[in-house]
Design a binder for this molecule. Sequence first.
Ligand SMILES: NC(=O)c1ccc[n+]([C@@H]2O[C@H](COP(=O)([O-])OP(=O)(O)OC[C@H]3O[C@@H](n4cnc5c(N)ncnc54)[C@H](O)[C@@H]3O)[C@@H](O)[C@H]2O)c1
Length: 390
Amino acid sequence: MSTRVVDVDLPDRAYEVRIGRGVLGEVPEHARGLLGEKAERVLVVRDTGVPQRFADELVQGLRDAGFAARVCDLTPSEAVKRVETVERLLIEAVRFGLTRVDAVISLGGGVVCDIAGFVAASYQRGIAVVQCPSTLLSMVDASVGGKTGVNLLVDGELYKNMVGAFHQPTMVVADTALLDSLDARQRRCGLAECVKHAMICQSVPDEDETHAGLLGWMQARLGAISAFDRETIDELVERNVALKASVVAGDERESPEARTGGRMLLNFGHTFGHAIETLDGVRAGDEPGLFHGEAVGLGMCCACAAAVSLGLCDDSVGASLRAMLDAVGLPTRVEGLPGSDVIVERMGHDKKAAGGSLRVILPEGLGRCSIVTDADIGAIGAGVGVIRAD
Ligand SMILES: NC(=O)c1ccc[n+]([C@@H]2O[C@H](COP(=O)([O-])OP(=O)(O)OC[C@H]3O[C@@H](n4cnc5c(N)ncnc54)[C@H](O)[C@@H]3O)[C@@H](O)[C@H]2O)c1
C-alpha cells in the first residue's frame, strides 16, 4: 500500500490529505498525534452507505489508541442535510461528554462530511474534525477546503448549503478501498467534479504547471477512468485534491475580490446545477431525479452554451466537455425541465448571486474559466436550452 499525500498549505491551519487503499487504518494513530494526549473522545458520524466493517475497524482502532468513540449513523440525503440533523448530533455530543479538546470524525459521502464539519464548527464554538470521505465526490471535493453546512427549507423550497461555516479539517483521509462498494451512478457523480476541475485547470494558480495538465491527463485516460481502474483512480483523486488544495490555499474564504484563480472558480457549473438539482419531475436516465454530480455536469453544459451566446468562446469548448461527460456516462440532457425563466429565477436564489446581479463562472476556452458578474439573463436562459431533452 502506498499513501499519496497532498498538503493543503494554509497559514496556521495547514493539513494533509492522505490518499490510498487502506489509509483509514492510519486514522487512529494520526488522530492521536494531531489531537494530543488530552483528547479523550471522538464522535464518529457514519454514513449508513459505508460497509459496516470499515466503521467497525475505525472504531476499534480509535479505542485501541485510547479514545472513547461513539458512532452516530446518518442515512444521507439533501432532505437530511438540515439544521435539525445538526441539532440532533450536537445533543448527542453533549450526552457523550465531548469537550473542546476532542474531535468529530466523519465517515461518509459529501452530505455526511458537510454535516459533521458543521457540527464540529459549531460545537463549543469549534472543535477538530477529521474528514474521512467515502464517495469519489467527497474525496475530490467536499472533504477538502473547509466548507461545511446544511440546506434550509424556506416556504417549501430547499435552499442548498444556505447555512454553514468555513471550518478546515485537521486531516483528511481518503481510503480509496471505500470506493469498491460505491454504485456506478455515484461513481459517475464524483467524475463530474473531476471534469469540472479539468475545465478550470488552466485558471488555477500553479507554480509548477501540474494542474494545467489535468485536462489532457484525463482526456488521455477516459477509458481507464470510466472502467474505474484502481491505480488510475488513486492518481485521479490525488491530482484533483492537489488542484483543489491550490485553489483553497490561494483563497480560503472565497473572497469576492479574488476575480481570477479564486475559489469561486470551483463553482463552475454549480449556479446552473443547484437550480436544477432539487427540481421535481426531472430525469436524465433510467431513474428519476438528479444527483449533485449529474446536475453539475448539466450545469457545465449550460455554462458553455451561455458563454457562446455571450461571445466568450466558441462551441468547441462545449463539444469537448460533452465528449468527456459522454465517455464517463454522465448525462448532457435532461427531461422534464420547467421554462428557462423558472431556472434563471432559481439561480437568483443561489448564494453565488451577488447583491441582486447574477454571477456565474463561464468558460473562455478549454480549461479556462472566469467570473462573470451581471451576466445577461437572455444568454443564461439560452444556456439552459442546450440541456433540454424534450
Ligand atoms: N463542502 C464542499 O466543499 C462540497 C463540495 C461538493 C459537494 N458538496 C456536497 O456534497 C454532497 C454530495 O456528496 P456525495 O455525492 O458524496 O453524496 P452523498 O453524501 O449523498 O452520498 C451518496 C450515496 O453514496 C452512499 N455511500 C457513501 N459512501 C459509500 C460507500 N463507500 N459505498 C457505498 N455507498 C456509499 C451514501 O449512503 C449515499 O447514498 C452534496 O450535499 C453537496 O452539496 C460539498
